[in-house]
Design a protein around this ligand. Structure first.
Ligand code: NG6
Ligand code: CA
Length: 521
């Protein structure tokens, strides 16, 4: 009898030691927004964009005020998020065309592969933009490698962006709804015979949404896109139902994965151009499509949260929201965003200046919310420094795995920050032009490039017109900002704090010395 008891105790201890310190491993749902700024959400101060679902998420979890994507554009941020490596260390990680080769190579460390190895069902639904295949994809055949070869057990994606061809969904490496009699061809070099000239006034007049720069190549659903495509008519997506299609696929994945731990990477395209949210969101904000698209994203968040709740998984699921880069108004289409934003006096980057493409805070300091009842403090606002490059290490550890491969790159294991403690000491942000900045708990340093920048690109976020010329001029010299006293980065205090400049400059140089602009493996 005693012997049996001993065996039981032994088994129990064995089982308990196999469990992670906090009990069951959590499901992980990453709600990743596109071009949504720090200031675009109600819980971050937006007055004219109702985001009840994200606000509820923040109220039930922790809202971080110093959360960062790694880059001010999409592809590099996503590369960092999934690989645990700063994208600026690698060439070819800038905004990719729709026919680019997959830049996250099979066999390299990746967040989905790491979670899959730990027994998670893993899915990506939404915008991919990390390339597919080997640069010579035949869209009429199974595409390999695709997200399924780097650790996702399910993928339902668009190849690049809504404004880039091919304008079709790809599910588990196959174009959805393709008629074999009408094969797809994609070119980023030249138009196909019969393509209209969208630079001609007569053709332009027929567009549903006119272009302001770029976006005058392929004509798809009466909207100009980047690149050309031919054929595949039955497979072409409907921009207006895209948000619903993605949300449905995400919910279906949760439903069928509910009995195993799962990881859902929900990469919404809502709010990226061309902004064509479903008509049921029209007029929900005074900002036109740009604001209405944020409401549409919030609606998708609500549907996913409800699905989690419906299966009784709320307590077992870490939900994290963040965005791939800061906000932009005119990103190439005439959708009224500039004028309407001005009229409503909305501040998409919150208290920060700059936005998408910019090295100023508005470029990479984005919303970051985490909810996991009983683990992530409820209703807390935290200024812990967190970069999305840390997600791979952090999620792997929460899944009871070893984050070592990501720690050897640029990731930090920040479970403590999610639990209400401190985050990183410092982090690096980048633009795709190769400009880097480094910040610690107080200071931000941007090395001078020796020559002034482009005032036009500094003015993309309204309200910045007056400062844009000065920002462009100052790019020539070292800049130091006291982010606590001057979050809008208006006063360059480099000359008053030579030792701080020196310290941060050395830190940045040491990081660059470990690898900068290296070829991709
Ligand atoms: C730019 C596009 C912009 C957007 C961006 C990528 C032009 C003129 N501009 O090149 O519209 O597609 O790339 O955005 O074509 S991101 O969020 O995916 O990084
Ligand atoms: Ca983006």
């Amino acid at each position: 009898m005693l012997r049996l008891q001993r065996i039981f105790t032994f088994c129990f201890v064995l089982m308990a030691s196999a469990l992670p310190a906090f009990g069951r491993v959590p499901n992980i749902v990453l709600l990743y927004a596109d071009d949504i700024g720090w200031g675009d959400l109600g819980c971050y101060g937006a007055k004219v964009i109702p985001t009840p679902n994200l606000d509820r998420l923040a109220a039930k979890g922790t809202r971080f005020t110093s959360g960062y994507c790694t880059s001010a554009t999409c592809t590099p941020s996503r590369y960092s998020l999934l690989s645990g490596e700063y994208a600026w260390r690698r060439q070819g990680t800038g905004v990719l065309p729709g026919d680019a080769r997959l830049i996250l190579r099979p066999g390299r460390p990746s967040l989905p592969a790491s979670l899959a190895a730990l027994g998670y069902a893993t899915a990506v639904v939404g915008k991919w933009h990390l390339g597919l295949g080997n640069g010579d994809v035949n869209w009429n055949q199974p595409i390999n490698p695709c997200p399924n070869q780097i650790g996702f057990s399910y993928s339902f994606i668009m190849a690049a962006t809504g404004d880039r061809v091919p304008c079709v969904y790809v599910e588990d490496g196959k174009v959805v709804g393709l008629d074999p009699q009408d094969p797809i061809e994609v070119s980023y070099k030249q138009p196909y015979a019969g393509d209209p000239d969208l630079k001609a006034d007569a053709e332009r007049a027929k567009l549903k949404m006119d272009w302001t720069h770029g976006h005058n190549m392929a004509l798809v659903n009466r909207v100009g896109r980047i690149g050309w495509m031919k054929g595949g008519k039955a497979a072409v997506w409907n921009d207006e139902t895209m948000g619903d299609v993605f949300a449905e696929r995400a919910c279906a994945f949760i439903e069928r994965s509910k009995s195993t731990p799962f990881f859902l990477y929900y990469a919404s395209h809502e709010n990226h151009v061309p902004r064509l949210p479903n008509s049921r969101f029209t007029g929900k904000t005074p900002l036109g499509p740009r604001g209405d698209a944020v409401v549409a994203f919030d609606d998708q968040v609500g549907r996913i949260l409800n699905e989690i709740e419906k299966h009784g998984l709320t307590e077992d699921t870490l939900v994290v929201f963040s965005s791939d880069n800061g906000p932009v108004l005119d990103d190439g289409y005439r959708d009224g965003s500039v004028e309407l934003n001005k009229a409503a006096n909305h501040s998409p980057a919150g208290p920060f200046r700059g936005g998408k493409y910019s090295i100023l805070e508005g470029g990479t300091r984005v919303g970051l919310i985490a909810r996991w009842p009983g683990h992530v403090p409820e209703g807390k606002v935290s200024d812990a420094l967190i970069s999305q490059v840390d997600f791979a290490a952090t999620f792997t550890k929460l899944a009871d795995g070893s984050p070592a491969e990501f720690l050897a790159l640029d990731g930090r294991e920040l479970g403590q920050a999610l639990r209400g403690q401190a985050g990183r000491d410092a982090l690096i942000s980048s633009t795709q032009g190769g400009v880097l900045s480094i910040r610690d708990s107080r200071w931000k340093f941007i090395p001078g490039s020796g020559k002034p920048g482009n005032a036009k690109s500094e003015a993309v976020v309204p309200g910045n017109e007056d400062d844009a010329a000065r920002d462009a001029r100052e790019q020539a010299v070292d800049r130091l900002f006291d982010l606590l006293a001057d979050p809008a980065e208006r006063n360059n205090v480099a000359s008053l704090n030579a030792e701080v400049v020196q310290r941060l400059k050395e830190m940045l140089s040491a990081e660059k010395a470990k690898g900068f602009n290296q070829p991709l493996p």
